[in-house]
Design a protein around this ligand. Structure first.
Ligand code: FES
Length: 119
């Protein structure tokens, strides 16, 4: 493995991650500026708290309304209308303590329903 690849994998935090959060920050589901402010806040707070979560800014979840969107895997929890203040609560309660913020969940699917062919 090249050192550049190894450095990239390390920077992504893959080996130590327990969670992976994906964000759609617009521009169709929310104002792009609001999305960018949220993304900056998420990066800052994930780093500050040391929560073992990878974070990925996705292009579009094809919902295109009610954003910004935040999806937490492996839990399969979808939060809509996420603001920095809401993210802080999601961070404290869900990402750090494992208790999803039930009243803000819009959809759930942990993708575990699929069985291998023949079972
Ligand atoms: S732009 Fe966010 S879901 Fe499409």
């Amino acid at each position: 493995m090249s050192s550049k690849l190894s450095d990239g994998l390390d920077k992504a935090g893959i080996a130590r991650a327990e969670l992976h959060v994906f964000l759609c920050i617009g521009p169709d589901c929310c104002r792009a500026r609001a999305g960018e402010l949220l993304w900056e806040f998420v990066k800052k707070r994930v780093k500050e708290t040391g929560v073992r979560a990878m974070r990925t800014k996705a292009g579009c979840f094809r919902i295109c309304t009610g954003g910004p969107w935040l999806v937490v895997y492996p839990d399969g929890i979808w939060y809509g209308g996420v603001t920095p203040a809401r993210f802080e609560r999601i961070l404290q309660e869900h990402l750090l303590r494992g208790h999803p913020v039930r009243e803000w969940i819009v959809a759930e699917n942990d993708l575990q329903r699929r069985s291998p062919a023949g079972e």
